[in-house]
Each structure stands twice: as structure tokens, then as C-alpha cells.
Design a protein around this ligand. Structure first.
Ligand SMILES: *Cc1c(COP(=O)(O)O)cnc(C)c1O
Length: 374
């Protein structure tokens, strides 16, 4: 066997679809001494983390907490808790993650109606309205707010308003949108929402902030069937993450990761949530100008383009994989490849959280310039 030693990674600049760069203050928080998962000091931190999450989600929902698992588990938690076999759900699909929502809904035994729109375009509100008229027995409507696979922002406020006018629950993926663009859980009538820590929160991967409205909590409490996932059953999880000091063991929280999440939420709190949204919008404009100077074009219409995830058309004759490997190997810079229908058609350049800076824009544009000039 070869000599074993500690793993010390290169310092990269992460400008892909996530994970984004984790700031030093968050890495420092991660390295603090581990406490017991029922230590009163840790329980105090859990409560503060829940309060900070309410702030970043713009909600008063008391069931707001981080799940001890990545964004995909947050997605699964929505469907296993809110739907029972035979329930009808409408899922809006215009990219990879909408497609995954559909897969989750199928696996819980729901009757799934999908609304498809082309990758790179928004979900059309008229289509949702028509589907709801055609399916008056629909229980929930699910969609992705920020489709990371394409760089499209779906109109969460409008889609939720339509769903609510038909008395449906609303389930929203906010993995890439949280802290990057405007998102208001209470004002927009979102019943169930999940996010991830490694996108615009610039925290380590592996946790899924979630929030359920009181209406959603009632639905979960009054289920006729057991939630088929023991780990994700919110009726059990709240025994540990719930109210007050009386907490019971459910699983061992990833204690140090919760320190990191708390620190990253504190950073957003200090900057101000709306300032964070504004910074993403501003720095995105700089990236767009820089890319246009290189002759590159944005793939998504300005009206619904995500500032934190920029799909850029790869010019004719340019070798996608070669450029990305030059950036990684010579500039320690990661950008994302296209996925699915957009594979080898676009690059995905992330400007997420603390990585969303003018310096990163300059670095990325100049690295791309020299890679393209070869
Ligand atoms: C990244 C992402 C996910 C999945 O999150 P993981 O932490 O990778 O499980 C889900 N939805 C969207 C929109 C994402 O960008």
C-alpha cells in the first residue's frame, strides 16, 4: 500500500452550481469543540439557528429547522410528509430538479400531473391554471424557484397565488434561491420549502434548511398512513428539533455543521438579507458585461435569469471539457458544465453567497479570456 497521509486539498475558487466557496469564518466555526447533541448549550444554538432560518426564509413558521442531510433529503421530506398514496400533485418541470420532484412524487404513490416547459424557459403560469382547472382534486403544487440546471427563475409568487386560489398546498425548492434572490415564504403563501447550505448560504454541504406552514403541519399531523421514511418523518423529527428544552434523541445532529450553518446565517444577518439579494443582482451585472466583452452570450432571457447561476452559451467550435479543465488545472477555478438537454451547450457560472464578489468576476473573466485565446 502507498504511504497514507492527511488529505490537504488545493484552494480552488468555486464558481459552479454549488458547492460555493465557504468563508474562513464558517470553516473556523466548523473546527470548534464538538458538544453533545443534547447539551443545553447546543440546544440554545439550535434555537438560535431556527430563528436565523426564519429570518432568511422570511417566515414566522415555527416548524423551521435544518434537516441533517443534503438538499435532496429536503426535497424528499416534502413529498413523504405531505402526500399519501393516491393524493394528486401537480409538478412543474423545466429542468433537472423539477424532474427529481416528479420522481419523488411517484415514489410516494401520488397521482402525478406534470407541467412541462422547455429547459431554459419559465414554467408558464397559464399552464398551471389550466392544469388546476382540469384537476380539481389536486392536493399540492410543487415547483423549483431557482432551477440550477438551467439558470431560470420561476415566478414563485405568481405560481403560489394560483395554487392557493385552488386551495392547494405549495411545495417549493429554494436550494439555490435562498439568500440569493427575493424569497418570501409567508407573503407568497409557501406551505413547504427546502433549501441547501452549500449554495447562496456559502456553508458546507450536507444540511437542508426546511420550513412548513401551520397548514402543512396540520396535514402532516392528520395523515391516515405512516410516513414511509422513518428518518424524514417530521412527526418524529420535531421531538428533537422541536420547541422548548425538552428534547429527545432522534438522531445525532451533525453538531459541527450546525455551528457552521449558524455562522453563515449570522453573516447573512449582518449583511442584511435584502443587501445580499442586491449584491447578487449587482455582481451578476458585472459578470454579464465581462462575458459580453469576451463575445459570450447569456443563455437565459434577462426577464427570468438567475443572478447567482449564469448559463452561458458555449461558442461554436470551442471544446467545452478542455476549457473547463484548463480553468481547473491552471487557474484552480471551477465552473459548471451543462446538464441534460444543455450538456455541452452551456457553462454554468455560479455567483453564490460569499463567492459573489467583483474580484471573483474579474478572476473568472480573465481566466476565461486566456483559456479561450489558446
Ligand atoms: C443543488 C440542488 C439540489 C440538491 O441539493 P443537494 O444538497 O445536492 O442534495 C436540489 N435542488 C436544486 C434546485 C439544487 O440546485
Amino acid at each position: 500500500m502507498s504511504q497514507l497521509s492527511s488529505f490537504i486539498p488545493q484552494k480552488r475558487t468555486l464558481m459552479g452550481p454549488g458547492p460555493s466557496d465557504v468563508s474562513q469564518r464558517v470553516l473556523d466555526a466548523l473546527a470548534r469543540p464538538t458538544l453533545g447533541h443534547l447539551d443545553p448549550a447546543f440546544i440554545g444554538l439550535m434555537d438560535e439557528t431556527k430563528t436565523l432560518l426564519q429570518e432568511v426564509f422570511c417566515t414566522q413558521n415555527s416548524l423551521t429547522m435544518p434537516l441533517s442531510a443534503p438538499g435532496s433529503a429536503g426535497m424528499e421530506a416534502m413529498f413523504v410528509n405531505l402526500l399519501e398514496p393516491g393524493d394528486k400533485v401537480i409538478v412543474c418541470v423545466n429542468g433537472v430538479f423539477g424532474g427529481r420532484m416528479k420522481e419523488n412524487a411517484i415514489r410516494v404513490g401520488a397521482r402525478v400531473v406534470t407541467i412541462e416547459d422547455p429547459w431554459g424557459e419559465q414554467t408558464k403560469p397559464e399552464k398551471l391554471e389550466k392544469a388546476l382547472k382540469d384537476n380539481p382534486d389536486t392536493k399540492a403544487v410543487a415547483f423549483v424557484h431557482a432551477e440550477t440546471s438551467t439558470g431560470v427563475r420561476n415566478d414563485a409568487k405568481t405560481l403560489c397565488a394560483i395554487a392557493k386560489s385552488f386551495n392547494c398546498l405549495t411545495i417549493v425548492d429554494a436550494v439555490t434561491s435562498l439568500a440569493g434572490i427575493e424569497l418570501r415564504v409567508d407573503d407568497w403563501n409557501i406551505d413547504a420549502i427546502y433549501s441547501g447550505t452549500q449554495k447562496c448560504l456559502s456553508c458546507v454541504p450536507g444540511l437542508a434548511p426546511i420550513s412548513f406552514s401551520d397548514t402543512a403541519v396540520e396535514v402532516i399531523k392528520s395523515r391516515k398512513t405512516l410516513v414511509q421514511s422513518w428518518f424524514l418523518d417530521m412527526n418524529l423529527v420535531v421531538g428533537y428539533w422541536g420547541e422548548g428544552q425538552k428534547r429527545a434523541y432522534h438522531h445525532t445532529a451533525p453538531v459541527n455543521s450546525v455551528y457552521a450553518l449558524h455562522e453563515s446565517l449570522l453573516a447573512v444577518h449582518e449583511e442584511g438579507l435584502e443587501n445580499s439579494w442586491a449584491r447578487h443582482a449587482r455582481v451578476h451585472q458585472s459578470l454579464k458585461s465581462g462575458l459580453e466583452e469576451l463575445g459570450l452570450k447569456m443563455a437565459v432571457d434577462e426577464a427570468y435569469r438567475l443572478p447567482q447561476l449564469n448559463s452561458v452559451l458555449i461558442p461554436e467550435g470551442v471544446d467545452d471539457a478542455q476549457i473547463r479543465s484548463t480553468l481547473l488545472n491552471e487557474f484552480n477555478l471551477e465552473i459548471g458544465a451543462g446538464l441534460g438537454a444543455l450538456a455541452s451547450k452551456v457553462w454554468r457560472i455560479g455567483l453564490m453567497g460569499t463567492g459573489c464578489t467583483e474580484e471573483n468576476v474579474e478572476y473568472c473573466v480573465s481566466a476565461l479570456r486566456s483559456a479561450l485565446n489558446r
